[in-house]
Design a protein around this ligand. Structure first.
Ligand SMILES: Cc1cc2nc3c(=O)[nH]c(=O)nc-3n(C[C@H](O)[C@H](O)[C@H](O)COP(=O)(O)OP(=O)(O)OC[C@H]3O[C@@H](n4cnc5c(N)ncnc54)[C@H](O)[C@@H]3O)c2cc1C
Length: 281
């Protein structure tokens, strides 16, 4: 069982991929790749190395059938710089190991996230959580950004003055806004990384964390391209249907053999949305 070196992953080690206005993600290290998934699976099957095609088919079979443990044998460590409001969403993914910069120990840098003009939108009418897909007009967007910036400057000026007057850093920081950038090392295995990407690349997730999930997927493709391809095919590109939705699909395919009445109202709308929303790969 050889140590896995993946040339494409080696090439991006330590390279900072920019995200948002001041953030980044760097791949610090990786353990294993597609080969490790195959080695781990073949240990349980008691079989040796096969051809690339057979290995790719094995990875695809494992992923499709949720035989997840071989994917946990691949581990990635990232250094991420991200606004605190993104970090609060991100940290909910409990299956990772994290080391974050300490605002008790270090003086926080004067670095805050400001959205671009196209990112400023009204509260969505359809979603209680999200924003409208159309941005507000340029003048309104500029005014919003200016207000956010003014608040950030004032908060940071207060913070600096408290720190300079000798107040403890752990207390001086408590009024700093959620737009402040933080940094952490984040280590996760490939199975749980796929879960993170699935949830955070989705259009229901906040745009700012989606930007990170997209870059993470790009980096994961370098480490385990075959596994990522299967993941994109079966998970990201797939849609899960309920029993009622399956009955409706069967009814459309074969109206004669159909059981039960057609789907109506909100349930039908949800099905139509799912049928439209399948990710284009
Ligand atoms: C669009 C969106 C909106 C959200 N809105 C809210 C919100 O309004 N409020 C809110 O509080 N949260 C919200 N969340 C967070 C969400 O509820 C989850 O906490 C978050 O997405 C992490 O998902 P997870 O538990 O699957 O991930 P992980 O914690 O990484 O877990 C991965 C897998 O491991 C399992 N697992 C993890 N820990 C354990 C354990 N100790 N024991 C057994 N199994 C475990 C999980 O069940 C899961 O299958 C939102 C998430 C998204 C994507």
């Amino acid at each position: 069982m050889a140590h896995c070196v993946v040339p494409a992953a080696e090439e991006i080690l330590d390279r900072a991929y920019p995200v948002l206005d001041k953030g980044f993600i760097r791949l610090v290290d990786y353990l294993g790749g597609d080969d490790r998934i195959v080695q781990a699976a073949r240990v349980s099957f008691g079989q040796g190395t096969k051809s690339f095609r057979e290995d790719a088919a094995l990875i695809d079979h494992l992923l499709r059938n949720e035989h997840t443990s071989p994917f946990e044998q691949v581990v990635l460590t990232f250094h991420v710089k991200l606004p605190i409001f993104v970090a609060r969403q991100w940290i909910r993914h409990r299956t990772a190991r994290v080391n974050e910069i300490s605002g008790r120990y270090s003086v926080m840098k004067d670095e805050f996230y400001l959205p671009g003009r196209p990112d400023v939108a009204l509260q969505s009418r359809d979603s209680k959580q999200g924003r409208a897909s159309e941005p507000v007009d340029e003048g309104t967007a500029e005014a919003v950004i200016a207000r956010l910036e003014t608040g950030q400057k004032a908060a940071y000026a207060d913070y600096t003055s408290l720190v300079e007057s000798g107040i403890a850093r752990e207390l001086a920081r408590i009024d700093l806004p959620l737009s402040l950038y933080t940094e952490w090392y984040w280590q996760i295995d490939l199975h749980n990384l796929f879960r993170f990407i699935t949830l955070r690349i989705d259009p229901h997730a906040q745009k700012e964390i989606r930007a990170y999930a997209e870059v993470i997927l790009e980096m994961a493709r370098k480490v385990a391209p075959v596994a990522c391809q299967s993941f994109e095919e079966h998970i990201l590109g797939g849609v899960r249907f309920s029993a009622a939705e399956m009955r409706e699909i069967r009814r459309r395919l074969d109206p004669v053999a159909a059981s039960g009445g057609p789907l109506t109202g909100k349930a039908l709308e949800r099905l139509e949305e799912k049928l439209r929303s399948g990710r284009q790969l």
